[in-house]
Ligand binder design. Structure first.
Ligand SMILES: [Zn+2]
Length: 236
């Protein structure tokens, strides 16, 4: 997936590409792309593909047969067309903040509450995570959020690097997640909040914790011991 430009640069807002194929006049595969496809419980990017002055809005991005497919709401793109892709930055940046905030919360819930994440869904206007948590108490969850905001204030770099699978498996905190990776993945992409958390992950993140702003717990729902649901948002 080295044609997925967001993997190494989450801040790339515009890129040039060539159309590789178009299916049903609306599913467009490019030779390279900065558009993130829906995955890992995190919403996809939106934006436009520009051919000269003509705009083809991207309404959905998915990954099929290991190729990133852009669904456009206007027909007419053809194979070998040269395009400029433009990411809807407001949406993307919000998703980056929410995703890094999720990693921070997961590490605090894990370290302080021995909780494991059992599910998540991150969309620009609604983000939630499910935890298996013994004691379900709003005050405790607010306390964890306070810890998270203190760490954001102190700030830390968020770094993306690659590691051989066997090397990553030796580090205790990435083992659990690394094991979930398909066995044929030799090189893992590691997202590290320096000094705080390290996870194998293919998503988009901010460069530093400060960019998150402030995490707010919106509400919590009890869906059983293994599904304590926490809704949160980030505010600048
Ligand atoms: Zn993640």
């Amino acid at each position: 997936m080295n044609n997925a430009l967001y993997m190494d640069n989450c801040y790339l807002k515009e890129f040039e590409a060539t159309v590789e194929s178009v299916k049903d006049d609306k599913y467009v595969v490019l030779n390279q792309t900065a558009f993130y496809p829906l995955g890992g419980g995190v919403a996809c990017d939106a934006g436009v593909l520009l051919r000269d002055d003509e705009e083809f809005p991207v309404v959905y991005v998915g990954k099929f047969d290991d190729k990133i497919s852009h669904e456009v709401s206007k027909p007419g793109l053809k194979q070998r067309d040269k395009i400029i892709g433009i990411i809807n930055w407001e949406r993307r940046y919000k998703l980056m903040k929410l995703h890094t905030a999720a990693h921070l919360l997961v590490s605090i819930f894990h370290n302080k509450g021995n909780a494991l994440i059992t599910g998540n869904k991150i969309e620009p206007d609604c983000a939630r995570m499910d935890f298996s948590l013994e004691n379900f108490d709003r005050a405790i969850i607010d306390e964890y959020a306070k810890n998270a905001n203190e760490l954001i204030q102190k700030n830390a770099s968020v770094k993306i690097h690659y590691m051989k699978r066997e090397e990553a498996l030796k580090i205790p905190d990435t083992v659990k997640l690394a094991n979930k990776m398909p066995p044929d993945v030799e090189i893992l992409r590691i997202v590290e909040i320096e000094g705080i958390d390290r996870q194998a992950d293919g998503g988009r993140h901010v460069n530093s914790l400060k960019e998150i702003g402030k995490i707010e717990i919106i509400r919590v729902e009890n869906k059983g011991k293994s599904n304590r649901r926490v809704y949160y948002d980030v505010k600048s």
